[in-house]
Ligand binder design. Structure first.
Ligand SMILES: Cc1cc2nc3c(=O)[nH]c(=O)nc-3n(C[C@H](O)[C@H](O)[C@H](O)COP(=O)(O)OP(=O)(O)OC[C@H]3O[C@@H](n4cnc5c(N)ncnc54)[C@H](O)[C@@H]3O)c2cc1C
Length: 438
């Protein structure tokens, strides 16, 4: 079957890889001159099954109200006269009930764990080098109440098979001695030894090169302008995509099946077709610093709960990422937010990096209210979705690619997940190894 994948971030690239492995003739359309140049470019780089708890949870509404109007707030909702943003906000509130939060966690753990295993197999198979570290993720807390409030979520994660162990401050320092400078502020933490980190940009590009060698046709610098349809009801299908090629010419590309993997930009392309996705762009920031004193910089990937920042060591660089601003599709850098990241990183690891030359970046997380992505079928028999991976697209990416290749090929993926347009499988309790390593 001829399949066109729309977008070459981590999601589109992983989809293309597995579709090719399933025996399809695959073309990828990407508007940038290479893979992973938008949201999959400079993110937090964590493979964090342990972060399956979505932002929409019972404690979220009060926190968001408290943060309204604060320029350096971890999550900033800037109200706009825009129906999608308001509708998204109302749906977000609906996902904050305990029942829905727990079901969302269950689904995210399921696909994230499946994805991590898929990534591990892929790196063995392809040998792609992406500054991968398998030293776990350490989440530390500086607020006693936040730490206590995190204990039920950690227990739920353990019940679902994710070994997120709650630990005291001494254990936090034993696992990552680079945090010693703020020892007196730390009240506790949790550690998930099976989590990982690595550069999503390097991985996606390495995988795209391997996929191209295997026969996938990557059309870069090519913009999709619309999807063409024919028929109605059960016989409705996509006949082609209109593109602008690198020479500026409008052309139509035809295929048997189409996979939408354009992150936040999936929405405007599918809306005219009546496929109404609840995805809103959540702008996040990252800063990358050159490590000047390797012994003073962390190697275990970290989550700083108080500041909602994640930290990953990528060879001789330190990546710090976080914060979210709901303010449309703008990617402009807000200096207050950038400065806040550097101030905090310098406080945590004062002697580790060159803080005078940070490289700042902003990207748009494709956020669904629940943080559960859209993977599966649509009302068009040959249009498939792999989009809306929100805060965890790197964590869920390889598994999502594998799952969509199964679905396009007529197979049912083996995991508990509400794939769109398909019956849900019975919940499966995952069993991950419970070895704790430092
Ligand atoms: C600050 C920050 C930190 C993050 N940290 C983490 C983390 O630690 N761990 C984690 O798991 N996730 C993290 N994420 C989330 C993760 O980065 C995203 O979920 C993921 O990158 C989404 O991948 P994607 O392929 O769906 O989207 P993208 O990478 O945005 O890919 C979509 C592609 O579609 C292309 N495209 C769009 N429109 C068109 C068009 N009209 N024609 C042709 N091509 C088009 C774009 O150029 C782009 O390459 C973070 C995100 C941010 C912003």
């Amino acid at each position: 079957m001829k399949v066109i994948v729309l977008g070459s971030g981590i999601i589109g690239t992983a989809s293309a890889w597995f579709l090719n492995k399933s025996g399809h003739d695959v073309t990828v359309i990407e508007r940038q001159p290479g893979a992973a140049q938008e949201t999959s470019f400079a993110n937090g780089c964590q493979i964090s099954v342990s972060h399956a708890e979505p932002w929409a949870n019972p404690a979220a509404p009060m926190k968001i109200l408290k943060w309204l109007g604060k320029e350096d707030a971890p999550l900033l909702y800037r109200f706009r006269p825009e129906w999608l943003q308001w509708r998204w906000g109302l749906n977000f509130l609906r996902e904050c009930t305990p029942g829905r939060t727990n079901d969302n966690i269950r689904q995210i753990v399921s696909i994230a764990e499946y994805s991590r295993q898929t990534l591990q197999a892929l790196r063995t198979e392809t040998g792609v080098d992406y500054d991968c570290l398998t030293k776990g993720i350490l989440h530390f807390y500086t607020d006693k109440k936040e730490f206590e409030d995190s204990l039920p979520a950690a227990k739920l994660m353990r019940d679902l098979g994710c070994p997120r162990d709650s630990i005291d401050a001494d254990e936090v320092i034993r696992i990552e001695p680079a945090l010693t400078k703020i020892r007196d502020k730390i009240v506790g933490g949790d550690f998930t030894a099976t989590d990982e980190s690595g550069d999503v940009y390097k991985f996606t590009n390495g995988l795209a090169r391997k996929a191209a060698e295997a026969g996938v046709d990557f059309r870069y610098s090519t913009t999709v302008t619309r999807l063409l349809t024919e028929g109605t009801g059960a016989s409705a299908k996509i006949t082609g995509v209109e593109i602008i090629d690198p020479k500026g010419r409008h052309t139509v590309l035809r295929a048997d099946a189409f996979v939408m993997a354009m992150g936040s930009f999936s929405v405007p392309l599918l809306k005219p077709l009546g496929v109404d996705l609840m995805i809103y762009p959540g702008k996040g920031y990252s800063a990358t610093y050159q490590v000047t004193n390797p012994d003073a910089a962390p190697t275990v990937s970290l989550t700083d709960d108080g500041y909602k920042l994640v930290v990953s060591r990528l060879g001789d660089r330190l990546r710090v990422a976080g914060t979210c601003e709901l303010n449309g599709y703008t990617r402009e850098l807000n200096t207050t937010r950038c400065d806040a990241i550097t101030r905090r990183t310098r406080e945590l690891f004062p002697d580790a990096c060159d803080y005078d030359n940070p490289v700042y970046w902003a990207g748009l997380r494709p956020l669904t209210p629940s943080n559960v992505p859209y993977i599966g079928k649509t009302k068009f028999a040959n249009l498939f979705l792999n989009t809306g991976h929100g805060t965890l697209g790197w964590t869920m990416g390889c598994g999502s690619g594998r799952a969509i290749a199964d679905i396009v090929s007529g197979r049912i993926p083996e995991l508990d997940f509400a794939f769109t347009g398909m019956p849900r499988r019975k919940p499966v309790i995952l069993t991950a190894p419970r070895t704790v390593q430092a």
